[in-house]
Design a protein around this ligand. Structure first.
Ligand SMILES: NC(=O)c1ccc[n+]([C@@H]2O[C@H](COP(=O)([O-])OP(=O)(O)OC[C@H]3O[C@@H](n4cnc5c(N)ncnc54)[C@H](OP(=O)(O)O)[C@@H]3O)[C@@H](O)[C@H]2O)c1
Length: 374
């Protein structure tokens, strides 16, 4: 039976709403007038605790539901009565589209924070069903490809020919990633990354290099698999390279993952993701190393409109522990626009071109973020 939302409020269900990023999605949405957040996950107790905390902080109703993405049905969603579902559960590498399909059947909009390349690009397979149901189904509403894509869109017109985009994601060490992010990273260690015709083979968290990042100093970088690698060459005619790197703040942590990637690649460590819990616990104990400063860099290269070589480095520096709000913001922004009716797009698609860089910066204006171009 459907439970009625509070008068004047539209429900947004955040699956994984007590996780590291889902918690921040829920926190931001709970502050939005007209939105009633429903926090869901497989633990009713953790959901209730998180809901109570948000109710106290906002003075608005926040509810909790036990829900498993692996067994959710359209009837479950209809009973909850949400107009938008945000899937912040992960790791998406091991998920299918069951939840997105349930949303289509229940005529509910769906957004997720996926970083898994095939999961994000494959969402287009649901396009016809989503259009027929009149809903928006979006995968990858997070740092990559959504924020990196908004940065690229904002600067692409300055190029006569854009040949390369390289993004570096550089979190601060005091951020506590969740188990899903840890598993997602470990799953990618040493795995081959499809790298485009004619380019040398690359592997997850290998390709060790040193890079100076504006405001963050020099960090080690390593290859990441991300949807940008497929989506950007489709979006920008003539683009040959769309690289994505990760750069941990604490050098020995980065070098440790690089070493594990080598073991995984050689076959000596076939399932590094099984080490997620002990590695995360160790990282948490060492959270005092490093700082609350993180950020990202998007470098674009090609020729300018006058045919001269052109290079733009766009950077973002997040202080005060605000970095983790970056991956949380795209889904918040889109959910708000679906709730207030200003986002009319329907169908199933990866999250590129659905908001502008200016809209992202307006949404994060209260956070301690600095951006600039060089
Ligand atoms: N695209 C990007 O740029 C980007 C950036 C950052 C993060 N991410 C992705 O975001 C995901 C979430 O990361 P996180 O660090 O927030 O993870 P987390 O802290 O482990 O949170 C995951 C949440 O999902 C819930 N959950 C897990 N499996 C579930 C299931 N089957 N059904 C319902 N709820 C489930 C968990 O609670 P229970 O276990 O109690 O159910 C938890 O609340 C990761 O996969 C990460 O890779 C993407």
């Amino acid at each position: 039976m459907q439970t009625k939302s509070h008068p004047g409020l539209q429900r947004v269900l955040v699956l994984g709403g007590y996780g590291a990023f889902g918690g921040r999605v829920a926190e931001r949405l709970a502050q939005v007038p007209g939105v009633e957040v429903v926090i869901a996950g497989r633990s009713q107790d953790r959901g209730l605790d998180a809901a109570l905390e948000l109710e106290i902080a906002t003075g608005k109703p926040v509810t909790a539901r036990r829900l498993d993405a692996a067994s959710v049905t359209p009837a479950d969603l209809t009973a909850i009565g949400a107009g938008v579902v945000i899937n912040a559960s992960g790791p998406y590498q091991s998920q299918d589209y069951r939840l997105a399909r349930a949303c289509i059947a229940a005529r509910v909009h769906y957004l997720d924070l996926a970083d898994a390349r095939l999961f994000v690009t494959g969402i287009r397979a649901l396009d016809a069903e989503a259009r027929a149901a009149g809903v928006l189904i979006v995968s990858g509403a997070s740092t990559v490809p959504a924020v990196s894509g908004a940065v690229a869109d904002a600067h692409a017109a300055q190029f006569g020919s854009l040949s390369a985009i390289a993004s570096v994601i550089a979190p601060g060490n005091n951020f506590d990633p969740g188990l899903a992010t840890t598993r997602s990273i470990l799953m990618s260690l040493g795995r081959p990354i499809a790298n485009g015709a004619g380019r040398a083979p690359i592997f997850g968290w290998q390709g060790l290099d040193r890079r100076r990042l504006p405001g963050l100093g020099a960090r080690w970088i390593g290859h990441c698999d991300a949807p940008d690698r497929d989506l950007f060459p489709q979006r920008y005619a003539g683009l040959k390279v769309a690289d994505v790197y990760a750069a941990l703040e604490v050098g020995p942590f980065h070098l440790g993952l690089w070493g594990l990637a080598g073991l995984a690649r050689s076959g000596l460590l076939p399932h590094p993701e099984l080490m997620a819990r002990p590695l995360l616990a160790t990282k948490r104990r060492l959270g005092f190393l490093g700082s609350d400063r993180g950020g990202m860099l998007v470098s674009m290269a090609g020729t300018g409109r006058n045919g001269e070589p052109k290079h733009i480095d766009w950077h973002l520096i997040a202080c005060g522990g605000h970095g983790p709000y970056i991956p949380a913001t795209p889904s918040v922004l889109l959910a708000k626009r679906l709730v207030d009716g200003t986002l009319q797009k329907r169908g199933a698609m990866p999250c590129v071109g659905l908001f502008t860089l200016s809209e992202f910066l307006a949404e994060t204006a209260d956070l301690d973020l600095t951006t600039g171009t060089q």
